[in-house]
Design a protein around this ligand. Structure first.
Ligand SMILES: [Zn+2]
Ligand SMILES: [Zn+2]
Length: 281
């Protein structure tokens, strides 16, 4: 360095304070701000780089850009840096857009797969090739949406209500006549059970189930679409009947409950066959 009065513009130490330190003059500055410790400048750069990853770092006085050379890390790291930079540049709205885009794309794909599944490969592909792009882009993604929405119509409960009203009025046991059994089978729930994972899975798997049921029950039909429609209908009907039956039986079971005196329980042990112990589902 030669000059005894050289001092670092970061820490203000001179050459005499630490003779072994490495010095650098990274910009156009002359005089008191010319020299800086390498380690001090690195530290200063660290804080700058943390604040703004992308802008080149300049000297605050002479505005010369520091020549910061990074080691080459290979193509993969270069690629990842580009991705990272793009994502950062897009900000939260961009990321949201990406999310919406990927949900839309998934829905579109699901719709297309469902059309092929239900119509059969040849017919489904032909149909989609003939349809206008606008119809495809709006129609296909609405398939999963409609399936999920359809799942929220609780038609079982209405049938149940009708059944109770016209064909079967459950007899409540004595002592239990003031209120109905507190089981969730009586009235449709107040809030629609929208988007529980069970409903979601059921809704999205429905086309596959319909196709399978159609294949099982109507193997003689040649039209994929007819088979899938009939299969879906049969599945919904069967499931609905079973569900209504099950709920109604549960209701009757609970309505018919009785409670034993403690001493009777002791005498009757072990419990008679066929009676379940404290059954509350
Ligand atoms: Zn220093
Ligand atoms: Zn400078």
């Amino acid at each position: 360095m030669g000059l005894k009065e050289t001092h670092c513009w970061v820490c203000f130490a001179t050459e005499r304070d630490d003779p072994r330190a490495q010095w650098l003059s990274p910009c156009r500055c002359r005089g008191s701000t010319k020299w800086v410790h390498l380690s001090c400048l690195q530290y200063w750069l660290d804080t700058r780089l943390r604040m703004s990853q992308r802008q080149p770092i300049r000297c605050q006085l002479c505005e010369a850009t520091y020549a910061v050379i990074f080691p080459r890390m290979g193509l993969l790291v270069d690629f990842l840096r580009v991705v990272d930079r793009t994502l950062t540049a897009m900000g939260p709205y961009g990321t949201l857009g990406l999310l919406v885009g990927s949900v839309y794309w998934s829905a579109l794909t699901y719709g297309a797969v469902t059309v092929v599944q239900v119509m059969g490969r040849t017919k489904g592909l032909l149909l989609m090739r003939r349809a206008s792009p606008l119809l495809l882009l709006s129609g296909l993604p609405s398939i999963p949406v409609l399936l999920v929405l359809g799942k929220t119509v609780r038609w079982n409960d209405y049938i149940m209500k009708l059944w109770r009203k016209h064909w079967y009025e459950p007899q409540l046991p004595p002592g239990n006549s003031r209120y109905l059994p507190p089981i969730p089978v009586d009235e449709p729930r107040v809030q629609p059970q929208f988007l529980t994972s069970r409903n979601l899975c059921g809704a999205l798997m429905f086309p596959s189930i319909a196709v399978l049921t159609g294949r099982l029950l109507f193997p003689s039909l040649t039209s994929h679409l007819q088979r899938a429609l009939l299969g879906g209908g049969a599945y919904v009907l069967l499931k609905g009947v079973l569900k209504v039956y099950f709920k109604q039986q549960l209701f009757i079971m609970h309505a018919g409950r009785r409670i034993l005196n403690y001493c009777d329980v002791k005498r009757k042990q072990p419990l008679e066959a066929g009676e379940s112990e404290g059954a509350v589902d």
